[in-house]
Ligand binder design. Structure first.
Ligand SMILES: Cc1ncc(COP(=O)(O)O)c(C=O)c1O
Length: 332
């Protein structure tokens, strides 16, 4: 075949021809990973993965002008949706994106989406964007902001194996950008790749004052040799919903005499590396024990007992916690 022919780009003659091709791709996938998507541009929910698309002239696509958040679906309940939605709208306000809907409507859409997906275990991810309009830097031409959401069918369970982490050499985001969950995750992606290349699970960011910050998509927590649970304070990092819940639940271990205290504080690298136990904290983990950091073992190098006791507290809250934390999904 002559090369000019093989390089010839096909021009689809109709949208149905393209749809046929997209459907062919999805028909060979046994279990669809994305059972449902909502788009305010469509004004509804789609179940066909071939239609789960967003406009290329959306300011979030070409300028990163968007924010996002998540929530997990576990045993048919949405866990901590309201706390995630509060953070979502705080992020949107920092990114100067006004929501096309009231918070109560966003909540109702997400619950209906989870129900339509029939997914009993997975994650819900949602975005607010300045919306489609043109390809300029200013969002002035984007007349209506957009809301997108998708359900991802995925399994997760309590993490019980210890992992290795490294100190990130990728510069962390400045506080304005680190405290809002905006779609610019390039530093986070590079930091994760750097860790994986070195056989580590992920990385730890240290801030410009030398204090422990967070991981690329997780918070970090420590149990000191005096049995105190310490999390870095949230003024320069993302205020993690799981980390905040951990701070509410951990005093139960103080009551049981297992911990001596629970607090947020600034921790230096030396103080942190001297901890008895260390862990990542984030939505689907909910806690991931860390046993080695930059070739230094943490504590005795084994998964910490207090880490697992804290993990049990959160897991119990996820699967059987109060109605304030868990919304039953009204499946049809
Ligand atoms: C940068 C960053 N820090 C921390 C977290 C943990 O937050 P959460 O517990 O709400 O999942 C995330 C999760 O999305 C994150 O992206």
């Amino acid at each position: 075949m002559d090369s000019s022919n093989s390089d010839k780009v096909h021009v689809f003659s109709s949208s149905s021809e393209l749809l046929e091709k997209l459907n062919l791709k999805w028909s060979s996938v046994e279990k669809k990973p994305y059972p449902a998507m909502y788009s305010s541009i469509f004004g509804g929910i789609v179940l066909d993965p071939a239609l789960m698309v967003i406009p290329i002239d959306d300011h979030m696509v070409h300028r990163g002008h968007g924010v996002f958040d998540t929530a997990i679906i576990i045993d048919g309940y949405l866990y901590e949706l309201d706390v995630h939605l509060d953070r979502f709208l705080r992020s949107a306000s920092k990114a100067r994106i006004s929501s096309p809907f009231l918070q109560s409507t966003l909540r109702s859409i997400l619950i209906q989406l989870a129900a339509a997906s029939q997914c009993k275990k997975g994650t819900l991810r949602y975005w607010l964007s300045a919306g489609p309009g043109d390809f300029l830097l200013s969002p002035a031409g984007c007349t209506t902001s957009a809301f997108y959401a998708v359900v991802i069918d995925e399994d997760f369970s309590q993490c019980r194996e210890g992992v290795k982490v490294i100190t990130s050499t990728i510069p962390m985001k400045s506080p304005l950008f680190a405290t809002m969950k905006n779609v610019n995750y390039l530093p986070n992606v590079l930091s994760k790749m750097e860790a994986e290349e070195q056989g580590a699970s992920a990385s730890i960011w240290v801030d410009d004052e030398g204090y422990i910050a967070e991981g690329p998509n997780v918070n970090v927590a420590f149990v000191t040799r005096d049995k105190e649970l310490i999390l870095p304070s949230f003024d320069k990092i993302l205020s993690g919903c799981t980390a905040k819940r951990l701070l509410q639940l951990a005093p139960k271990l103080v009551e049981r005499g297992l911990l001596n205290g629970v607090k947020t504080a600034n921790l230096t690298v030396k103080e942190a590396k001297d901890a008895a136990e260390m862990m990542y904290v984030g939505s689907t983990l909910p806690l991931l024990p860390i046993v080695m950091w930059d070739d230094q073992t943490i504590g005795d190098g084994k998964v910490g007992e207090l880490t697992m006791a804290l993990s049990d507290l959160i897991w119990e809250d996820m699967v059987a916690g109060p109605e304030t934390q868990r919304i039953p999904v009204p499946y049809a």
